[in-house]
Design a protein around this ligand. Structure first.
Ligand SMILES: [Zn+2]
Length: 449
C-alpha cells in the first residue's frame, strides 16, 4: 500500500517549519470564533438570517464553561512500528495516528502518552511540540469556512434554490451550536420524511480536519449549480441527499479561535478532570472502548465515558435513526488519501459476502475517481467506536470513510486553500456515484460483472 512514506519526513521536518514561517496574523475575512463566548451570542449568530424550512430545536442546553487554556502538552511524534498490531497498540496507548509508513507511524501524542509508549517499548524517532507550529487561517487560507461562513454558505444555497435545498439543525453541540444540515430533495423539505433512497455526507468529526468541511460544502454547491444537468437532475429527483459539513463545530471554531491553529481533534467537552474533549470518532457504539481508542481524558483518541456520551454523536445517531430511507453514508476526514470501508474496529472482514463484494467494488470505484487507495479500515490499525462501523452494524447503511489527502503544498491538516479545488472534483464524482447506488448498493457489484 502506498503509505505516505514521503509524507512522514515532509510532515515532521519540512511541513511544520514551513508553516511556522507563514504569516501568523489573523485574516480579516475569518471572524474570531471564541469558544468562551456566551451561548446567547452563539444563538444569535445562528439565527441571524432567515432560514428557509428550518426545523429549530426548541431549547438549547446551557453552554458549559471552558477552563482557561492550559499549556498544550501534545507533540507531533514519529514512532517505530512495523505491523498492524503494533500500530493498534500505539493507537490504544492514546496516540492519534495520522501517517503510516512501512517502518513507522506519525501523529499526535500527549506527553503522558509518549511516556506510555516508551514504557511499552516503542521507540520514539522524532518528537516536536505542537505549540511551536501553530497559526490561524492565514490570508491565503481564507477560502476555508469557519462556522459562521459555513452557515452562510448553506443559507445562500437554500435561499437561491428554495425548491431544492432546505436546512435544519440536527441538534446542538456541547457548547450549544446548531449542527446544520442542508437537504437536497425535489419533493420534501426540512425534516419531513421521504421514501426516496437517502445518502448522507458528513464532515468534520475531527476539528482540525478543515478540508473535511470544504468537500461536503463543495458537493452541496455542485448539486445546486448543476441541478439542470440531466445526470444530476435525475439523482436530485430520485434521491434524498443530506449534507452536514461541520459535525464538530465547537472544535473547529476552537481550532482557529486564538490566532493560532490549535491542532484540536476532539469536541469541546469539559471532562471532570478539566481535560478537554472526546474523540467523536471513537464515541459510537460499536466495540466501544476497545482497541485503538484511549480511556485517558488527555488523549486525542479519548473515547468518552460511554458510547454516545456526546451531544454531537447523539444528534447524528438520532438523525440517522429517524431516517430509515438512508442507505449510504460518506464520512470525510483528512488526511491519508484513502477510501475506507468497515470494519475498522476488528481485523476480520465484513461477514455478509454480498455486502463485502459491494463494499469492495464501490470503494475501488471511488478510489479510481479520487486517485486514493481503497481498503478495509482496520488494514491501517484497529480503531473501535468509529462512526461508519456503527452506521453499518446498527443501521445497515453502506458507510465509507474518506481520508482526503492534499499531497502537495503544505500537506497535513492545514494544506492551504489550493487543496480545496484540487480535491473537490474527484470527491464530488465519488459522492455522485454513492448517491447513484443509494437505492441498492449491491447493484454496484452487479454492475461490474
Ligand atoms: Zn479524522
Amino acid at each position: 500500500m502506498p503509505r505516505l512514506l514521503l509524507a512522514l519526513a515532509v510532515a515532521a521536518f519540512a511541513v511544520l517549519p514551513a508553516r511556522a514561517g507563514s504569516e501568523p496574523g489573523r485574516s480579516g475575512a475569518v471572524p474570531a470564533g471564541d469558544s468562551n463566548r456566551p451561548l446567547i451570542q452563539l444563538k444569535r449568530e445562528a439565527k441571524a438570517e432567515e432560514l428557509p424550512a428550518v426545523d429549530q430545536p426548541s431549547a438549547a442546553p446551557a453552554a458549559p464553561a471552558v477552563p482557561a487554556a492550559r499549556a498544550d502538552q501534545r507533540y507531533w511524534v514519529v514512532v517505530r512500528a512495523m505491523t498492524r498490531d503494533q500500530r493498534t497498540a500505539i493507537a490504544g496507548a492514546g496516540m492519534s495516528i495520522e501517517e503510516i509508513g512501512s517502518n513507522q507511524v506519525a501523529g499526535v501524542a500527549h506527553i503522558k502518552t509518549i511516556q506510555k509508549l516508551k514504557a511499552l517499548g516503542f521507540e520514539i524517532l522524532f518528537q516536536t511540540s505542537l505549540a511551536r507550529y501553530t497559526k490561524d487561517f492565514p490570508p491565503q487560507d481564507k477560502a476555508y469556512h469557519d462556522y459562521k461562513r459555513m452557515l452562510e454558505a448553506l443559507q445562500s444555497l437554500a435561499k437561491a434554490n428554495p425548491k431544492l435545498v432546505s436546512m435544519f439543525s440536527i441538534g446542538r453541540t456541547w457548547q450549544g451550536r446548531d449542527i446544520w444540515c442542508a437537504r437536497f430533495n425535489t419533493t420534501e423539505s426540512g425534516a419531513k420524511p421521504s421514501q426516496k433512497p437517502g445518502a448522507v455526507f458528513v464532515g468534520n468529526h475531527h476539528a482540525r480536519e478543515h478540508l473535511s468541511v470544504e468537500i461536503p460544502l463543495k458537493l452541496a454547491e455542485h448539486l445546486a449549480a448543476k441541478q439542470n444537468d440531466p445526470a444530476v437532475r435525475k439523482l436530485l429527483e430520485s434521491r434524498d441527499i443530506y449534507v452536514i459539513p461541520m459535525l464538530n463545530a465547537d472544535g473547529a471554531e476552537y481550532d482557529i479561535s486564538t490566532g493560532e491553529y490549535k491542532w484540536q481533534r476532539k469536541n469541546m467537552r469539559v471532562n471532570p478532570d478539566q481535560e478537554i474533549g472526546v474523540d467523536l470518532n471513537r464515541n459510537y457504539d460499536f466495540l466501544f472502548g476497545g482497541e485503538g481508542s484511549s480511556g485517558d481524558t488527555y488523549s486525542d483518541t479519548y473515547h468518552g465515558p460511554s458510547a454516545f456520551s456526546e451531544p454531537e454523536t447523539q444528534a447524528f445517531k438520532a438523525f440517522l435513526e429517524a431516517r430509515p430511507n438512508v442507505k449510504t453514508l460518506q464520512s470525510y476526514h483528512s488526511y491519508s488519501s484513502l477510501i475506507l470501508y468497515p470494519w475498522g474496529g476488528k481485523d476480520s472482514p465484513v461477514e455478509d459476502a454480498q455486502d463485502l463484494k459491494a463494499y469492495k467494488v464501490m470503494a475501488a470505484a471511488m478510489a479510481k475517481m479520487t486517485g486514493y487507495t481503497a481498503e478495509q479500515s482496520s488494514d491501517l490499525y484497529v480503531a473501535t467506536g468509529d462512526c461508519t462501523d456503527w452506521t453499518y452494524a446498527a443501521l445497515k447503511i453502506f458507510s465509507f470513510t474518506t481520508e482526503l489527502y492534499p499531497s502537495y503544498g503544505n500537506g497535513g491538516f492545514y494544506p492551504g486553500a489550493a487543496a480545496i479545488d484540487k480535491e473537490a472534483p474527484g470527491n464530488i464524482k465519488a459522492a455522485l456515484y454513492l448517491v447513484e447506488y443509494s437505492d441498492d448498493p449491491h447493484r454496484a457489484a452487479a454492475a461490474t460483472r
